[in-house]
Design a protein around this ligand. Structure first.
Ligand code: NAI
Length: 251
C-alpha cells in the first residue's frame, strides 16, 4: 500500500462530498474536509472522528486563488502532504438561456472549473514530489445536455476535458485523474431543484426513479464507492476516464 494517505475533499460539509469524506476516512485516509464555511464542516469531521477516523476542517472558497493556496498549505502542515484530491464543490444557478444572467454563468464556471483548476494546481506539487497521486473530478450526466442548465452543463462537460488533459500531463508522475459523472443523487442540491420547480421532493424522486433502469435514485454513498475505487493503488492503470454513476447507461 502507498504511504501517502492524506486526502482533500472539497464541498464536503454535506451531501456527496460528505459521503466521499466519510468513505475515504473508512478506507484509511486522513481527510481534509473543505467547504465555504469551516463551522459547517463540523458534522462531517465529527462523524469521521466518531468512527475512529482522522479529519480536519478547512474553510475555503475554491474559486479564490489565495485562499486555495493557504488551505492546501494548512492541510500539508496539519495532516500531511495531500496526494488525493476530490474536486466535488459545486453549485447550480439554473435558468433557460434567455433568462440566464452573466453573473449566474460566471458563478457556476468559477466554482466548478476555476475551483477544480486552482485546487488541482495547488495540490499537484505534493503528488509529483510523492511520485503518486489521485485526482477525481465531479462531472454530471448534465454534461450531455440538460434543459435549463447551459452554465452547469458547460462546466461539467468542461471538467471532462480538464480530467483527460490532466491525466495526460500527470501520468508520468504516478498520478491518475478521473471523473465521476452522477445521475440523480438525493442531496440538498436535488431537493433545492424540486423546491425551485414547486414539486414535492418525494414526488420528484419517484418520477426520477421511474426513468432510471435500476428503478431508484442514487445516494451519496453510490458516488463515494466509485471514488473509493479510483483512488486505490490497484486502480493505477485507470486514468482519464469518465464513469457515469447513473443507474443505467449514458454516452
Ligand atoms: P450540495 O449542494 O449538497 O453540496 C455542495 C457543497 O459544495 C456544499 O456544502 C457547498 O457549501 C459547497 N460549495 C459550494 N461552492 C463552494 C465553493 N466555492 N468553495 C467551497 N465549497 C463550495 O451538492 P451535492 O448534491 O452534494 O453535489 C456535490 C457535487 O456533485 C457537485 O459538484 C454537483 O455538481 C455534483 N453532482 C450532483 C448531482 C446530484 O444529483 N446531487 C448529480 C451530478 C453531479
Amino acid at each position: 500500500m502507498t504511504q501517502h494517505r492524506t486526502a482533500i475533499v472539497t464541498g464536503a460539509a454535506r451531501g456527496i462530498g460528505a459521503a466521499i469524506a466519510r468513505r475515504l476516512a473508512a478506507d484509511g485516509f486522513a481527510v481534509a474536509v473543505l467547504d465555504l464555511d469551516e463551522t459547517a464542516c463540523a458534522s462531517t469531521v465529527d462523524a469521521i472522528t466518531a468512527s475512529g477516523g482522522h479529519a480536519f476542517a478547512v474553510g475555503v472558497d475554491v474559486a479564490d486563488e489565495q485562499a486555495v493556496a493557504a488551505a492546501v498549505a494548512r492541510v500539508a502542515t496539519e495532516l500531511d502532504a495531500p496526494t488525493v484530491l476530490i474536486n466535488n464543490a459545486g453549485i447550480t444557478r439554473d435558468n433557460l438561456l434567455f433568462k440566464l444572467s452573466a453573473d449566474d454563468w460566471d458563478s457556476v464556471m468559477n466554482v466548478h472549473l476555476r475551483g477544480s483548476f486552482l485546487m488541482s494546481r495547488a495540490v499537484q506539487s505534493h503528488m509529483v514530489d510523492a511520485g503518486w497521486g489521485r485526482i477525481v473530478n465531479l462531472s454530471s450526466v448534465s454534461a450531455l445536455g440538460n434543459r435549463g442548465q447551459a452554465n452547469y452543463s458547460a462546466a461539467k462537460a468542461g471538467l471532462q476535458g480538464f480530467t483527460k488533459t490532466l491525466s495526460i500531463e500527470l501520468g508520468r508522475f504516478g498520478v491518475t485523474v478521473n471523473a465521476v459523472a452522477p445521475g440523480f443523487i438525493e442531496s440538498d442540491m436535488t431537493a433545492a431543484t424540486a423546491a425551485r420547480m414547486g414539486v414535492d421532493f418525494d414526488d420528484f424522486k419517484k418520477a426520477a426513479a421511474a426513468a432510471i433502469p435500476v428503478n431508484r435514485v442514487g445516494q451519496p454513498e453510490d458516488v463515494a464507492a466509485t471514488v473509493s475505487f479510483f483512488v486505490r493503488d490497484e486502480a493505477g492503470f485507470v486514468s482519464g476516464q469518465v464513469l457515469y454513476v447513473a443507474g443505467g447507461p449514458r454516452d
